[in-house]
Structures are given as C-alpha cells and as structure tokens.
Ligand binder design. Structure first.
Ligand SMILES: [Zn+2]
Length: 245
C-alpha cells in the first residue's frame, strides 16, 4: 500500500486521539470512588438494619411503659375507692376485708412503681441508642453523598473529554485516504495499536527494536510505502524523528 508521508503522519494524530478516548473510557470505568461508594453503601445498609432494630426495641419499651402506667392508674383508682369506702363503712367485716384488700393493693402499687422505674430506664437507654445510630447513619449518608458527588464530577469531566476527542477525530478522519484508514481501523479492531511512530529502529506500539532484515526492509522502503511492524502489525509511521535518513 502507498500513502504520502503526510497522510501517514496524520495517522499518528488519529492514534493520539483514539488513545485518549480509550484512556478516558478506562478511567471512567475504574474510578477509585466506585469501590468506596460500594463499601459505604454496604456500611449504610448495616447501620440501617441495626437502626430499625433499635427503634423496635424502643417501641417495645415505650409500649411496656404505657401498659405499666395504666396498671398503676387502675391500682391507684382502686386504692382511692377502697379508702373512700373504708371511711364510710360501719360493718366490721367489710372494714376488715377492705383493709386486707388495701394492703394487697399497696403492695401491688409498690411493685408496679419499681418495675416502672426499670422500664423508664430502658426507654431512656433505647432513646440514646436510637439517637446514636441516627447520627452514625447521617454521618455515613453525608460521606456517601460527598463521594458520589466527587465521582459524578469526574464522570462529567471524562464525558466532556471524550466528546472533545470525538469531535477532533471527526475533523481528522476525512483527510485520510480510505484504504489507509481501513488498514488502521482493521489493526485497532483487533485490539491493537493502529499506527505508531518508528523511532531509533523501534516500534512505538510494541516497543520492540527491529533488527536484521526487518530493519533493512523498513530502511529501504520508499517514503510513500506503508510499512507495518513485523511483531505487532501496527503501521510504522516514519517521520524526521525516525532517524532513517
Ligand atoms: Zn510493533
């Protein structure tokens, strides 16, 4: 294949653009923030689950407390009723029965008040636990939001870079002869480098130094011959930097 040295040189510009696009794509897919985001989301999920449990414990304690409070109210009302009756009763038998019931009620009231104190403490502890896990959860969420924002800002930048490079590509491609471009694209579609600068006897794509007949073939090729690296098949672009003349 023949192509003017100038057209061959344009391939280096194109390869530079394509490498830039590849690099931006690679970077976008491997931002270090991604791993941190996954880690924080996992931590946040654990904290959320434990927070829900703590809220449940607090609800149970609150329910128990209000049940005890209503028991206390009932006992207090009975004590008041029995005490009133005691004041007005004239039957010795009734008085005795009321006094014995009052004694039992007062014991019950004392027991309930003791339990009430214990449960009040449990409610207080549960309140503190809920508040603490809420603060941990909020802290993690804030951190996650920050890392997500940082990642998104980088993605926006990388997308902008790709858009710019794609516009550059669109302006370079029409100037390259179709057969030369097709050869370049064919190399790239196989996962390789399309074109590389040939410098100091070395292929700029695979970094292998040409020797013997290979080097001699490149040296003796006409300037408008399209030559390829015998190792990686990249189009070897010879310029004044190649040190051949
Ligand atoms: Zn090579």
């Amino acid at each position: 294949m023949k192509a003017s040295p100038a057209d061959q040189k344009t391939l280096l510009t194109l390869q530079g653009i394509d490498t830039g696009v590849q690099r931006a794509t690679y970077k976008a897919g491997r931002l270090p923030e991604e791993a941190r985001i996954t880690e924080l989301q996992r931590e946040l999920e654990t904290v959320r689950v434990s927070h829900i449990e703590k809220v449940g414990v607090r609800e149970d304690a609150r329910t128990e407390l209000s049940r005890i409070e209503s028991d206390v109210t009932v006992v207090e009302a009975r004590i008041k009723r029995d005490s009133d009756r005691l004041q007005t009763s004239s039957s010795a038998k009734d008085v005795e029965a009321l006094q014995s019931e009052l004694t039992a009620l007062q014991k019950r009231q004392g027991d309930l008040e003791e339990i009430e104190l214990t449960v009040m403490q449990r409610v207080e502890d549960a309140d503190a636990a809920v508040a603490e896990s809420e603060s941990v959860r909020n802290g993690l969420q804030e951190l996650l939001d920050e890392v997500v924002a940082k990642r998104d800002a980088q993605l926006v930048e990388l997308v902008a870079e790709r858009t710019r490079l794609e516009a550059d590509r669109a302006s370079v491609v029409p100037g390259i002869p179709a057969d030369l471009l097709a050869l370049y694209e064919q190399r790239r579609s196989r996962g390789g480098t399309g074109a590389a600068l040939f410098r100091a006897g070395t292929c700029g794509a695979c970094a292998i130094a040409l020797t013997g007949n290979d080097l001699a073939a490149v040296r003796s090729a006409a300037k408008d011959d399209v030559v390829q690296c015998p190792d990686c098949s990249a189009i070897l672009v010879r310029t004044e930097e190649s040190g051949l003349s």
